[in-house]
Write a protein that binds this ligand. Structure first.
Ligand SMILES: [Zn+2]
Length: 134
């Protein structure tokens, strides 16, 4: 289990909603970008990491009945396009509720969940999912 702390340190982008903000035009990007696509060359070296609040609103969603092999046990599951409070859109799974409870416009909060176990070692990957805000 000595691998676990290293994994957590090296993959913070996977479980924290960290984007990058262009200090030139002030646009926040998620997933993080190295170069601002609007400002291009001018903004090199002016991107700054910024963690988002994890709060957002469901913009659209779909109920998935055919999962990828590793997700079979979770079928059906709900995938949503979420507009984060800070502006960027994030695709994520909605958990802890039934498909009937999900509505466009629902307020959601990011939460850290197990995504899948991998290989014989059973290394568990964590990632963000979303729950409907109380
Ligand atoms: Zn820019």
């Amino acid at each position: 289990m000595s691998e676990v702390p290293r994994f957590w340190r090296e993959s913070r982008h996977r479980y924290r909603l960290v984007g990058t903000r262009c200090l030139n035009c002030n646009t926040l990007y998620f997933p993080p970008r190295v170069i601002c696509p609007s400002c291009r060359r001018e903004s090199v070296g002016k991107m700054k990491e910024e963690e988002m609040s994890g709060e957002g609103e469901i913009y659209s969603f779909t109920v998935v009945h055919d999962g990828l092999e590793q997700f079979k046990m979770q079928v059906p599951y709900i995938m949503a396009l979420i507009k984060m409070k800070e502006g960027p859109f994030v695709t994520g799974q909605i958990v802890d509720c039934s498909a009937e409870e999900v509505r466009i416009g629902n307020k959601v909060t990011a939460t850290l969940r197990k995504v899948r176990s991998e290989g014989k070692e059973g290394i568990i990957q964590y990632g963000y999912k979303f729950i409907i805000s109380p």
